[in-house]
Every structure is written in C-alpha cells, then in structure tokens.
Ligand binder design. Structure first.
Ligand code: ADP
Ligand code: MG
Length: 409
C-alpha cells in the first residue's frame, strides 16, 4: 500500500468551490495509485461561522478563566464540522470515504489541554479502512488522552497531525496544501517579490517556522524529519510544483551533510511581542535576581524569548497577550519592570550564516537605511534576530529581503 497524507488548511476548505478543488486533489492521488489519508482543518478564519476562533469567542468572558478541558472539546468541533463536509464532498464525487476524529484515528496525546503533545499513534484503524479501499479523512489539530479525554494540539496543530500520521503509517510523502504555492523567501503578504523555494532542508524550514513563517508548524517538520519522510508544501488552488522539504539539496549526493545550505534561506517575522525590561542594578541580592525572574516566569508557564541578561538589567520578550500576567508576577517579586508593547521580531534565517562575514553588517546597514531602529538583537549560527517597533516590521522585512537579494530575478 502506498500511503499518502494530504493535509488541507482552513482556507482550502472555506467554500464549496474550494472543497471541490480539494476533492480533485484527493481523486488525483487515488488515480495515481495512492491510499490517501486526508487531514483537514476547521473551515475559514476568525469571524467565519465555523472557525475555531469563532467558537472560542462564544465562551470568552463567561467566566474569568475558561475551563481548559471543555475548551478543547469546543475547539475540536471545527475540524469535525469541516471533516463531515469534506467527506460528503468526496462521497459526492464517487469516492468511498470515512471520517475519523483524532481519537478514532488513534492519536494519543498527553493531557496538556490546548497545547497537547502527541505521544503515539495507533494506526490500525486507519490501516484497516485503507486496505478496504476507503479514503480516510482525519480531523486535524486533535487527539485523545490515554483515558479518552479530547485534547487539541495548539495553533498549526493540523500540520502536526499530518506529520504524525505520515510517520505512523510510513507514508511515502506528506503533502501540506495551503493558499500559497510553496515556501517562500518571506511572507508573500508583505514582500511582493518573495520567491518560491524549490527545495528546502528540514532544518531550514524548521528555523524559519520557529521564527514565525507560519506556512508549516515547526513540530510537524521535526516529526517528519525523524523518519526522513519528504514533505511537499503545495497550493490547493493550482498545479504549481510546490516546495520539497527534505534532508538534502538536489544538487548534492544522497547523504550529503546539510551544512552546504545556502547562506540565507529567508526572512521571517513575529508580530505582537512585548519587550520586558527589568532593571537589576539596585537589587540587593544580585546573584539571585536572574534566577528569581526566570523561575517566576517558568512557574507561571510563561515561555520567554529573546533573553538578554546584563549586569544592570534583564531583557526578554513575551507575546503581547501574556505581558500583563508577566508584569504582575515581576511586581509581586518586588521588581520595577517596564513593558514595551507593540514590538515585532524580524529574523534572517539560513543554515549557512555561520562563518560568513558581513551578514550582520549588511543587516544593520539595510535596517538603518530603511530608518528602522533596532531595539535589541541576538544571533545564533543559523539566525540573526532583531526586535523592532511594530510599525517598522514590514519595512524591516522588505529591506532585508532586498538587501540579501532574495527576490525573484
Ligand atoms: P493553512 O490554513 O493552510 O494552514 P496558514 O495561514 O497557516 O495556512 O499558512 C499559510 C500562510 O503562511 C500563507 O498564506 C502566507 O501568508 C504565510 N507565510 C508566512 N511566511 C511564509 C513563507 N516564508 N512562505 C510561504 N508562506 C508564508
Ligand atoms: Mg497553518
């Protein structure tokens, strides 16, 4: 059996016309001799009647803190609705299809409601249906705990469902269908001449995705990478070739180390972050201070980013919506923090950055020429990040994309 996982995002299933295009992709796979497993996201985006955010808004404000277990039950409904609609569409086109929820598909997670991790997949049920010639549609973004409680996998979770199923079913390929024609050198919504990349390595897209390129969830890439299952990012609405995610570049021999990656793969951005500045120069117990701050954040389950510990102060960022909570904790610990809301993180990503001189110099030059002030910066061997004001995010991404000649020629 040649298993193919095909995942369709929210925009791909948002209208009857689009669902017909999805069904055509599934039919094509069947014609090519594949046994397709189709992972589906909820229909549409916030504001649409059956979108996940629309469900959340139904409950927001009823109690101070919404019940996590019940919220997951609610959030799992979006994929069930779109799964039923898509399965009906497939049947209407003469395909034999069956819909399974995450739990019915054997996706077992931990009990971290809202952001559960897949522990394992029990694929027997899906395999039985496939061997009987059915197309199996699986609701993305959800699973069940060992004792049967419904959980959801966090934003972008349908991508993770697709990869986990790909690995568990030993799929030949995982196709992630979305509304763009592949992985691009930057988000095409803000960079007009962003270029489609024919091939990227798992590592390259993982770094890009971690820095905000939401075309695929980084966890999904990590899972597929463990078994070296190729991922294709393709467009539901065209026959463009798409981007292949694999461990090697095509012009290298099999097994070649990926250190031969291009210098810069692309530019990513993360909007809506708050920089927190904690002055520490007048704190009595100076050796304990950093520990207190980060322990305080960890105990409250706040994951921090862009950390810079200096003798006089500690800087870090959190998502805007968590800033108030973080500030309260710091207040209670006796600190006098300042919050700088409305920041954005802009990153240049490339596995080849390490050791190439002048990348940082070019980055600073591009940003200062574009009138963008850098609030903070950091670097690793694959990424250079800068924190900028929200208004500067788009000009910064555009300037860097141009400076590093990433656009279509
Ligand atoms: P889906 O609902 O199909 O999961 P997403 O909205 O999660 O779709 O992801 C697709 C979007 O990712 C695109 O519409 C595009 O705006 C955005 N995006 C951000 N960075 C990139 C990039 N480097 N390449 C392609 N798309 C990107
Ligand atoms: Mg997505």
């Amino acid at each position: 059996m040649r298993v193919l996982v095909q995942k369709f995002g929210g925009t791909s299933v948002s209208s009857a016309e689009r669902r017909a295009q999805v069904a055509a992709k599934v039919s094509e796979a069947v014609r090519e001799g594949y046994s397709p497993v189709v992972v589906v996201s909820a229909i549409g985006r916030s504001g649409d009647p059956y979108a996940t955010d629309t469900f959340i808004n139904l409950v927001n404000g009823i109690t101070l803190e919404s019940p996590k277990r019940e919220m997951d039950l609610l959030m799992s409904c979006g994929e069930i609705i779109s799964g039923v609609v898509l399965t009906s569409t497939l049947k209407s086109m003469g395909l034999e299809a069956i819909l399974l929820t995450g739990g019915q598909a054997g996706i077992i997670t931990n009990d971290c409601y809202g952001d559960a991790r897949i522990i394992r997949v029990e694929p027997k049920g899906i395999l039985d249906h496939l061997s009987e010639g059915r197309v199996v549609v699986v609701t993305g973004f959800q699973g069940v705990t060992e004792d049967g409680q419904v959980t959801t996998l966090g934003r972008g979770g349908s991508d993770t469902t697709a990869s986990a199923l790909g690995v568990a079913l030993n799929a030949e390929v995982i196709d992630i269908y979305t509304d763009v024609e592949g992985i691009m050198t930057a988000d095409p919504r803000i960079v007009e001449d962003a270029r489609i990349l024919d091939v990227v390595t798992y590592n390259e897209i993982c770094h890009l995705a971690h820095q905000g390129a939401k075309v695929i969830h980084p966890r999904a890439v990590e899972i597929a990478m463990q078994r070296n299952i190729p991922i294709w990012i393709k467009c539901t609405f065209s026959d463009a070739r798409g981007t292949l995610v694999t461990s090697i570049q095509p012009d290298m021999g099999a097994g070649t180390d990926i250190t031969g990656d291009r210098t810069i793969t692309g530019i990513a951005h993360t909007p809506n972050v708050t920089q927190i500045q904690v002055p520490t120069h007048d704190v009595a117990d100076v050796l304990q201070v950093d520990k207190q701050i980060f322990k305080g954040m960890a105990l409250a389950d706040i994951s921090v980013d862009f950390i810079s510990v200096q003798p006089e102060s500690v800087l870090y960022t959190v998502p805007d919506e968590i800033a108030e909570k973080a500030m309260k904790i710091l207040d209670n610990l006796g600190f006098k923090p300042t919050a700088v809301p409305g920041c954005a993180k802009v990153s240049i990503v490339g596995a080849g950055i390490a050791g190439v001189p002048g990348v940082m110099a070019n980055m600073v030059e591009a940003l200062s020429d574009a009138g963008v002030r850098i609030l903070q910066s950091a670097d690793s061997h694959t990424t250079i990040w800068v924190l900028v004001n929200k208004e500067d995010m788009v000009p910064a991404v555009q300037a860097l994309h141009k400076k590093f000649l990433l656009g279509a020629c």
